[in-house]
Design a protein around this ligand. Structure first.
Ligand code: NAP
Length: 276
């Protein structure tokens, strides 16, 4: 499986499964657990979650799916901004570890910027890392100016910035992505299918027909074709969990990439960071 190097020197897989909206309702739980179990069976190399998702319910599903497994994927979780004080971050991480039934989270992120001083959150991240409770830390929904502030506090260790990035949301290409590439910080692209909105697009459908794959696989292959970018499509549907992983085998030619640029033009000026 392909991976990207983070500033700490550790590797992050380029592909994983997202879990937003999982763990929210008892009636959907069995299906969601089955989707995560299937992702593990297929050797998905990464799972993205957060204390926010289903109020801890998504982390509990992952913990249950991992029970009894000898090998586990790279696990990403996130702290709520309102919990991200010095002591609050540490307590939130410990609660996440308990739900996930893990000793260590591979990558722990500040979910978005809130009212707590960033210096406090980073102090907690450093402490958690020293205690071995997290391996790496980073941020989410940070624009270029926030990243510059984080860089002053991180001892060169901010591992990633997880942001909305897909064919229909290319704003980060103007300044954020070049800023991150210059520092070899991988960008984690969330909502790579624009939550399904991309899939009816005529160009995606046409290319999918030519490449004998699906529109979702074309959309994901495009994200995966961007250097220094990793992604985490979410699905609670067994067939789609498999379909999405298949995007790793889809190669987009120079002509296909140019056609996608015409259908989804890259930004020509600064756009403020969009967030879902
Ligand atoms: P997404 O992955 O772009 O799309 C998920 C939606 O598309 C679901 O409704 C899913 O439905 C559907 N879908 C998935 N695969 C499909 C396929 N092959 N064909 C047709 N439909 C498909 O959106 P997302 O969940 O917002 O983003 C992915 C992950 O990024 C999240 O789950 C979360 O882990 C993370 N995220 C982070 C933030 C942040 O602020 N840091 C924000 C948003 C998301 P089914 O489940 O029914 O298959």
């Amino acid at each position: 499986m392909r991976s990207c190097k983070m500033p700490s020197g550790s590797e992050i897989p380029v592909f994983g499964i997202g879990t937003w909206r999982m763990g929210e309702s008892d009636s959907k739980r069995a299906r969601e657990l089955e989707a995560i179990r299937y992702a593990l069976e297929l050797d998905y190399p990464m799972i993205d979650t957060a204390e926010m998702y289903g109020d801890g319910g998504a982390e509990e599903i992952i913990g249950e799916a991992l029970t009894g497994k000898r090998k586990r994927p790279f696990i990403v979780s996130k702290v709520y901004p309102h919990n991200a004080t010095r002591s609050g971050t540490i307590a939130a991480c410990e609660r996440s570890l308990k739900r996930l039934k893990l000793e260590r989270i591979d990558l722990y992120l500040l979910h978005w910027r809130g009212g707590v001083r960033l210096a406090e959150t980073y102090e907690a991240f450093h402490r958690l890392r020293e205690a071995g409770k997290i391996a790496d830390f980073g941020v989410s929904n940070f624009d270029a100016s926030d990243m510059a502030e984080a860089a002053r506090l991180d001892n060169g260790l901010t591992a990633t910035n997880q942001v909305l990035y897909c064919l229909s949301r290319r704003g980060p290409e103007y300044d954020l992505l070049p800023w991150m590439r210059q520092r070899s910080i991988p960008l984690m692209a969330y909502s790579p299918l624009d939550q399904g909105r991309l899939l009816g697009n005529a160009t995606l459908k046409k290319l999918a027909g030519e490449l004998r794959c699906t529109p979702a696989q074309v959309a994901l292959a495009w994200v995966l074709a961007q250097p220094g970018v990793v992604t985490i499509p979410k699905s609670s549907t067994r067939e789609r969990v498999k379909e999405n992983l298949g995007a790793l085998d889809v190669k987009l030619s120079r002509e296909a990439l140019a056609e996608l640029d015409r259908a989804f033009p890259p930004p020509k000026s600064k756009q403020s960071l969009a967030m879902l």
